[in-house]
Write a protein that binds this ligand. Structure first.
Ligand SMILES: [Zn+2]
Length: 325
């Protein structure tokens, strides 16, 4: 059986109207500055997308209304424009979240603290909703269709407004006790460094995220100096080395607007720091490399969360889908 043969009726037992064009999942990516919504086929092709900015002046409910309208528009486009049938919603959300994005409390979206995102989206869409940390979703996408295809062990990182990560170990995406495994943004890289939103000090996120760069330099991370690009890469490389040493990894894939925007300067600097700090025999030679799905990764990741959820719902053993577990 392939991913496109999923019968939506098996997902939640409820019959849904089906359109001839095939099934799509609605992918939702929630970050500190924008919320993106798209439509993904069961093969991982993104066929539509839109995004709305996160207005930090809005209250919790008002922000949800903005998201719900964007989701509703994509569902309408799926049916009317693409003649496709939306069968589930997949969400990638900045952390922390509770398992399945039942509640979300993104550090950089102050309006949402333990916001019941999964249930609210399920109520407004009448579709099954599956949620995951954004960086874990990206790890699913890169392992399924991107720079980590075929890799059983790797770290995926997002270096953007904030910094997140997802770890695949022995072919399994790590969850941890509360689903938050992979928060690489809170590895300490400067013991006496800046205060972090998490309450600690000197976290990678407090030193190298887009928000941190803006606070430190007074400049937008879209207008970096050479030194800033190099420093950001070095700090990310140091953090990546700690994870490679700890977990016996030889591949780190990095996405996010800051990392991809800083491009070769960032990656060369990150690789040099990784080489410098990953010295154990098993970690030596570890590579840090850009994500392959580029700016589609977060939405394909969110879609992959939905595809994984559908297959888990079917208990379909042996299906080759995003990180089956
Ligand atoms: Zn922190």
């Amino acid at each position: 059986m392939s991913a496109d043969e999923v019968d939506p009726q098996a997902v939640d037992g409820a019959a849904k109207p089906r359109v001839v064009g095939g099934d799509v999942v609605v992918a939702v990516d929630i970050g500190g500055t924008k919320m993106a919504v798209g439509l993904m086929t069961m093969q991982g092709e993104l066929i539509d997308r839109a995004q709305v900015p996160v207005d930090h002046g809005l209250k919790s409910e008002e922000l949800f209304v903005v998201l719900a309208e964007a989701v509703d528009q994509q569902i309408t486009r799926a049916r009317q424009h693409h003649r496709m049938s939306p069968i589930a919603v997949g969400v990638g959300c900045a952390g922390p979240i509770s398992i399945g994005a039942e509640t979300v409390s993104p550090l950089n979206i102050f309006a949402w603290r333990e916001f019941p995102l999964r249930q609210r989206l399920a109520a407004t869409t009448s579709l099954p909703v599956y949620g995951e940390l954004d960086a874990k979703a990206l790890a699913l996408a890169e392992g399924w269709l991107g720079a980590a295809v075929g890799k059983q062990n790797f770290l995926a990182m997002v270096v953007s407004t904030g910094i997140g990560g997802g770890v695949v170990l022995n072919g399994q995406l790590l969850d941890g006790a509360t689903g938050n495994a992979g928060h690489v943004g809170h590895i300490i890289v400067e013991p006496n460094g800046r205060r972090c939103e998490c309450g600690s000090q000197g976290c990678l996120e407090a030193e190298a995220s887009g928000l941190a760069i803006a606070a430190i330099t007074g400049r937008s991370p879209t207008e970096p100096t050479y030194e800033i690009m190099q420093r950001t890469g070095r700090l990310v490389g140091i953090g990546a080395a700690s994870v490679c040493n700890l977990l016996d990894l030889d591949l780190v894939v990095v996405g996010g607007s800051v990392a991809l925007g800083f491009a070769a300067t960032f990656f060369n600097s990150a690789q040099a720091a990784l080489d410098e700090h990953a010295k154990l025999s098993f970690a030596r030679g570890a590579r840090i490399t850009p994500v392959r799905l580029a700016d589609q990764g977060p939405l394909i990741g969110a879609g992959a969360v939905a595809v994984r959820g559908i297959h888990r719902g079917r208990r379909s053993a042996g299906v080759r889908v995003p990180m089956t577990q």
